[in-house]
Design a protein around this ligand. Structure first.
Ligand code: NAD
Length: 412
């Protein structure tokens, strides 16, 4: 039986604990969330019937700054997964070094089954329910799977109706509504930079490398576009309906236009159909899961034919899957670094909102690049000192930073 997402995250965390001198009580604290909220939302559906939904907000740790983390809409959302994602945010914000803690939210819903007005009502009811625990210096949500700039706009508006005009309550808003230039592309850009830096450390380059991407939403499609701009060949991509392959590499702008026009990837000219399982075993330099968690199981990891696993998604590896990668010398570029670009630019959005200023895209992209490169340098030093993998080094660094902040603030 495969472990739960929360167990996976705590396993990686415990591996990091081994290299840090830390009190057992505090170890326990760091494995469990500071606060959890379960909420019910009843809304009027378009046909007049009531619709009932369950949601969560989990606040994991705020030693280094306000709780921060996305809001996911998915039928499989559950408290265990949200706990795991909230914990990952604590380690991600510490590793990339932005002054936030970790949180995550989720609503158990398939948004495709709701009309746009139903989705708006559901989002507003969720805000009503979590409003007592969030705030621009308390807890700042952002987009995640199946939520986007429109959902963030409703979120901002609903919160502002209750508390006065508060653009800093969420990040990932549209540019015309206090969003930041560069935020939409930020997670994919960060993934591209993580791949670029990792390959360069091994004397390799994105130019000419082949990349396979699972998930072609915000993260996957931006990663594909930006990596192709650097000369990489994107040879296969997939979404929830299945995948497509093109040995010569896709024309990324044309593929993104095709997805936007048709709502999917099927029938893209010059491509061959592949299943999601087949896609994961395609021979390539970099395999990037950018959809769901726990897709790299033990059996999948045994079949991989990639040199690097670039974790665009949160928690894509199971414990056994990670062990197989290590045994097979496939380098995992861990989620808490690889996909930290989103929260890094969210930090810039929040700063712009709270100070009422606006930066242009060039400044934002430069800041993101600096943060990703610095984190990589720190990772390499820790990997060399501790003689360990990039994933363990990432957790060691993040634990040290959270521990330092907690020690300085004190427990009294
Ligand atoms: P999204 O909703 O924009 O896109 C998700 C994509 O995954 C879609 O193309 C969907 O069709 C596909 N998908 C869903 N189920 C699938 C399956 N079973 N097989 C293959 N593809 C499937 O979501 P996103 O924002 O791109 O998030 C993707 C992942 O990246 C998530 O794990 C999320 O937590 C993580 N992430 C997102 C951000 C962000 O800023 N959006 C930041 C950090 C991490």
């Amino acid at each position: 039986m495969m472990e739960s997402a929360y167990e996976t995250t705590n396993h990686f965390l415990k591996c990091g604990f081994k290299a840090v001198s830390i009190d057992p009580v505090y170890k326990r604290l760091l494995q469990t969330p500071s606060r959890e909220l379960r909420v019910e939302m009843t809304i009027r559906l378009d046909d007049g019937r009531p619709g009932h939904f369950i949601g969560y907000r989990v606040q994991h740790d705020n030693s280094r700054g306000p709780f921060k983390g996305g809001l996911r809409y998915h039928p499989d959302v559950n408290i265990d997964e949200v706990r795991s994602l909230a914990s990952l945010m604590t380690w991600k914000t510490a590793l990339i070094d932005v002054p936030f803690g970790g949180a995550k939210g989720g609503v158990q819903v398939d948004p495709k089954t709701l009309s746009i007005t139903e989705l708006e009502r559901l989002t507003r009811r969720f805000v009503d329910q979590v409003s007592p625990l969030i705030g621009p210096s308390e807890d700042i949500p952002a987009p995640d799977m199946n939520t986007n700039a429109q959902v963030m706009s409703w979120f901002f508006d609903q919160y502002s109706r209750m508390h006065g005009y508060t653009p800093g309550i969420v990040t990932g808003k549209p540019i015309k509504l206090h969003g930041s230039f560069g935020r939409t592309a930020a997670t994919g850009r960060g993934c591209m930079l993580a791949a670029r830096e990792t390959l360069a450390a091994d004397g390799k380059s994105l130019k000419g490398s082949s990349i396979v991407i699972q998930g072609f939403g915000n993260v996957g499609s931006w990663l594909g576009k930006l990596a192709a701009d650097q000369g990489a060949k994107i040879v296969a991509v997939s979404d929830m309906k299945g995948g497509i392959f093109c040995g010569d590499g896709f024309d990324m702008p044309a593929l993104i236009a095709h997805r936007d026009e048709t709502g999917g990837l099927a029938d893209f000219p010059g491509s061959e159909k592949v299943t999601n399982r087949e896609l994961l075993a395609i021979k390539c330099n970099v395999l990037a899961p950018a959809a769901l968690g726990h897709v790299i199981t033990e059996s999948v990891a045994k079949e991989l034919r990639a040199d690097y696993l670039l974790e665009g998604a949160n928690g894509p590896c199971t414990i056994a899957g990670d062990r197989v990668l290590e045994e097979r010398n496939i380098q995992a570029i861990p989620d808490i670094w690889a996909n930290a670009g989103g929260v890094t630019v969210s930090y810039l959005e929040w700063v712009q909102n709270t100070q009422q200023i606006q930066w242009d895209e060039e400044d934002v992209d430069k800041f993101l690049e600096k943060k990703m490169v610095r984190a990589h340098q720190a990772l390499r030093q820790t990997m060399a000192r501790e003689k360990t993998t990039m994933r363990r080094a990432a957790f060691i660094l993040a634990i040290q930073r959270v521990k330092e902040a907690t020690d300085m603030r004190g427990f009294a």
